[in-house]
Design a protein around this ligand. Structure first.
Ligand code: AQP
Length: 359
């Protein structure tokens, strides 16, 4: 093999209902990528337990959420036969590789992660070690498949950069050993040519919904953990709830601008225009061409109708699939078995590279 084989990997935490941000920023783009790529899509349940049990809800809630997120993947159009869908904890090699990466990543790198700072807040001393080391597990999720591309929302960009740093350091630290075992691919590292075992994974981020913002505050990202349900559209919301949330979305009192620059410094307007653009597969400029100069009293009902038309079929399919627990479990089991074969292939090599004896 002279180049890394293209492979797409991504995941979502089962920490609650998926929302429009998860859908537009991640899952919907996964669906598009599966046309021309081999893809692995994961419900990252081990990430879900990094905060206090009262935050993630305990075992029964975790199981319910894991099944519900799986149902959302399938309802959104992920093909679990052609590609791989599974829950992370089934494939032990993720945690095994994460330990190796705990020993590769530097404290200083993790200290810079803004998501840890946001989630730990002022009570940093009381945060779990898992929350701090979360990006190392995320790097392992990706690299245990030597995935080359990861479609995510913009909030994950920093973690993807860390994944590349970890891959780079592993490749450099073990370059001679990788070469000796014949497991490397010749790559350039600065001025040097080294034998790389892990690819430097590319983030796939972009489009008008790379960062969907809260409907109550256009400066905060839409999030599962926001205490206000009005701040987000859940994929399980019914038609009336979707319409009500869009009607109540915070806006300023100006009409929509007639050019795209007019959205600068208007975070709420910018967010709603971005959502409309993503749902219609256009860009913000296209939406402004159609709605520039219009009041929100015109734009919001149009957006509500559009959101209902796009999301209601997914919600109804999710309800149907969620009722069939045995089917969802069989998808995860089958996906886990297929994923484990690939992950073990990487881990056998990693154990040899690091120097762990194995049979
Ligand atoms: N607001 C968003 N806009 C665009 N993309 C988003 N994503 C999350 N929020 C937005 C993307 O969805 C994928 C899965 O996210 P996750 O559930 O694994 O983690 P998260 O980013 O921590 O999601 P939340 O909703 O913000 O959860 P909490 O509230 O628990 O922290 C990722 O690709 C992410 O970029």
């Amino acid at each position: 093999m002279s180049t890394f084989e293209p492979l797409v990997f991504s995941g979502v935490q089962p920490t609650g209902n998926l929302h429009l941000g998860n859908y537009l920023g991640a899952v919907r783009r996964w669906v598009a990528l599966q046309e021309n790529n081999n893809c692995i899509y994961c419900v990252v349940d081990q990430h879900a337990i990094t905060q206090a049990v009262s935050v993630w809800g305990g075992p029964a809630e975790l199981q319910r959420n894991t099944r519900e997120v799986t149902a959302a993947f399938l309802a959104a159009g992920i093909d679990a036969e052609k590609h791989i869908v599974f829950n992370q904890s089934r494939v032990r090699q993720h945690a095994e590789l994460a330990w190796v990466f705990n020993c590769i990543a530097r404290m200083g790198w993790l200290n810079r992660m803004t998501q840890f700072k946001d989630k730990a807040g002022k009570d940093r001393e009381n945060a779990s070690v898992g929350l701090f080391a979360y990006p190392n597990l995320m790097a392992a999720d990706i690299l245990v498949y030597r995935a080359t591309h990861v479609p995510v929302g913009e909030d994950q960009k920093q973690h993807l950069e860390l994944t590349r740093d970890i891959a780079q350091k592993f490749n450099t630290d073990f370059s001679d050993r990788i070469a000796e075992l014949g497991l490397g691919i010749e790559t350039q590292s600065g001025d040097e040519t080294i034998q790389s075992f892990f690819p430097l994974t590319e983030p796939v981020i972009g489009g008008p919904a790379a960062r969907v913002m809260s409907l109550r505050d256009g400066t905060k990202k839409m999030s599962k953990s926001d205490p206000s349900d009005l701040s987000r559209i859940n994929l399980t919301d019914d038609e009336d709830t979707i319409s009500k949330k869009i009607r109540k979305a915070k806006t300023d009192s100006e009409p929509l601008p007639s050019d795209i620059e007019g959205l600068n410094d208007r975070p709420e307007a910018d967010n709603l225009v971005g959502i409309y653009a993503a749902l219609t597969d256009t860009d913000k400029a296209g939406v402004i061409r159609d709605f520039g100069g219009q009041q929100f009293s015109v734009f919001k009902p149009a957006l509500a109708d559009l959101a209902v038309a796009k999301l209601a079929p997914i919600a109804s399919e999710m309800r149907r699939l969620s009722a069939d627990t045995a089917y969802i479990d069989s998808v995860l089991k089958n996906g886990g078995e297929r994923a484990a074969i690939l992950a073990e292939k990487t881990m056998r090599n990693v154990r040899d590279i690091v120097g762990f004896l194995q049979d």
